[in-house]
Design a protein around this ligand. Structure first.
Ligand code: SAM
Ligand code: SF4
Length: 461
């Protein structure tokens, strides 16, 4: 597989590491410095409980220093489960004859978006299967993105549409960028070549390099916010994490900037998939926690995304250890929001989800942990993306901007969508955070807050 040196990774999986070495690496992380591949491998090899606690403490420190208490909220919108590929772990695989296929019309996409706007969502991750014709794919994606941005509910609109769709050519990515997308996200699934070839048995996705090329094509087309990730459970997680870090090193070297986000999805049971019921490399909770913490320390400025595949308990733990973006009240079925009680949902969904809470319940849970749910998309709208964003982030210049924007979007959510109980909790948290800001920031925040009280929405810096 391109950019991935398997023998180097394998040699890093069998290192002998002393406690002193782990302590030295953790000292480096305190300076918010990115780790080398070897240092990440050493942290991943830790099994000792007391050393693991030290890794978790370091990850909490880095998370807090860079992201503060903010957690960005988003929701997936599945527009189609038509797919020409056969990935053995996926409910949408073309050889799964039981799946009820559905490609939403533009009108249906607008209806789904309206429902999400009514619940308070501002950031959508648009998701689709891959149809055989790449021309058909790109035209549909572009129309769908436009439909989402055009939809309005009482003056509210979606602020940022990220997409997780099939690989495209550089020319097609240009069209997608022009439609106004935020992040282009694509998972390599597994970076282990032989495993990849075994698990992807039909369609364009059989070629592992087509996924890696897609990331290059996106960068070449000027999409500088790209999201990557392995699908965990397909192969040894330590290999996958190191291979992804190797992929990141390649991107940094080639484009001067790595991915904007990384995701850590784990395989969940999927309709019609025997494999997904029993993935070959299941990851226990402790290893999962460790790998998220090690990623936080390895690439401190790269956002980490966690979906509702994970349980409430794991999500609540990992938002403190490194995760910076989470999804809420997701449906992985095209049209799933329009009628969430539809009984054939089981036959249309991609896989099972473990966190079924509403957005309001998730906001409540974050607030009660002292975290700030953020609906902000200001950086992307102000062109603070790619290298520009990373530069600001590394110099700490972005932090106070993000804090103000996050508190503004939280107040908007509390006023427009929250239950009275969540509203009380939210205002208490806003007061606590406001007290920590400097005078200039407080003045800016108060001006925005007064405007919100006067029914003005969607202001940001
Ligand atoms: N079809 C496109 C593709 O495969 O790149 C994009 C969308 S696909 C619906 C999004 C992601 O879902 C895949 O990249 C894969 O990692 C994930 N996925 C598929 N089956 C899964 C399962 N059983 N459990 C968890 N995630 C799964
Ligand atoms: Fe199709 Fe994507 Fe599912 Fe593979 S993971 S079967 S490409 S929807």
């Amino acid at each position: 597989m391109k950019h991935i040196d398997e023998s180097k990774i394998n040699s890093l999986l069998n290192l002998n590491v002393s406690r002193q070495e782990i302590d030295d690496i953790l000292k480096k992380t305190k300076l918010l410095k990115r780790l080398t591949l070897e240092e990440s491998a050493k942290l991943l090899s830790v099994k000792d409980a007391s050393l693991l606690e030290k890794i978790y403490d370091a990850a909490k420190h880095v998370k807090n220093a860079i992201y503060g208490k903010r957690v960005v909220m988003f929701v997936p919108l599945y527009i189609s489960n038509l797919c020409a590929n056969s990935c053995v772990y996926c409910g949408f695989a073309s050889n799964n004859k039981h799946t009820v296929r559905k490609k939403l019309s533009i009108q249906e996409i607008k209806q789904e978006t309206q429902i999400l706007l009514k619940r308070g969502h501002k950031r959508i991750l648009m998701v689709a299967g891959e149809m055989a014709s790449s021309k058909e794919n790109i035209n549909y994606y572009v129309d769908a993105v436009k439909a989402i941005y055009d939809t309005e509910y009482k003056g509210n609109k979606i602020k940022r549409v990220n997409v997780n769709v099939a690989p495209l050519s550089a020319q097609q990515f240009k069209m997608l960028k022009q439609s106004g997308i935020g992040t282009y996200q694509i998972f390599q699934e597994t970076y282990h070549d032989a495993t990849y070839r075994k698990l992807h048995i039909a369609g364009a996705k059989t070629d592992p390099d087509s996924r890696l090329n897609a990331v290059d094509n996106a960068f070449k087309a000027g999409i500088d916010d790209v999201g990557i990730g392995p699908l965990l459970g397909l192969y040894d997680y330590r290999f996958e994490i190191l291979a992804m870090l190797m992929h990141i090193e390649y991107l940094e070297k080639t484009y001067s900037v790595g991915p904007h986000t990384i995701s850590v999805p784990r395989v969940e049971p999927a309709p019609g998939s025997v494999y997904a019921e029993n993935p070959q490399y299941p990851i226990c909770e402790e290893d999962f926690k460790k790998l998220v913490a090690v990623l936080r320390l390895s690439v401190p400025y790269t956002g980490i995304i966690m979906s509702t595949r994970e349980t409430v308990q794991i999500r609540d733990t990992l938002v403190n250890l490194g995760v910076s973006q989470i999804s809420a009240e997701s449906k992985v079925t095209p049209g799933g929001y329009e009628d969430s009680s539809r009984h054939n949902d089981k036959l249309e969904r991609q896989f099972s989800l473990n966190d079924q809470r509403t957005l309001n319940q998730i906001v409540q849970s974050l607030l009660s942990q002292g975290l700030i749910p953020s609906f902000c998309a200001a950086c992307y709208r102000k062109n603070r993306t790619g290298e520009h964003f990373m530069g600001l982030a590394k110099h700490g210049a972005i932090k106070h901007i993000c804090d103000i924007n996050a508190l503004v979007t939280l107040k908007e959510y509390l006023e427009d969508f929250a239950t009275p109980e969540v509203k009380t909790l939210g205002y208490k948290l806003i007061d606590e955070h406001k007290a920590k800001l400097d005078n200039t920031s407080i003045k800016v925040l108060e001006k925005f807050f007064t405007n919100i009280d006067n029914d003005i929405r969607d202001e940001y810096i």
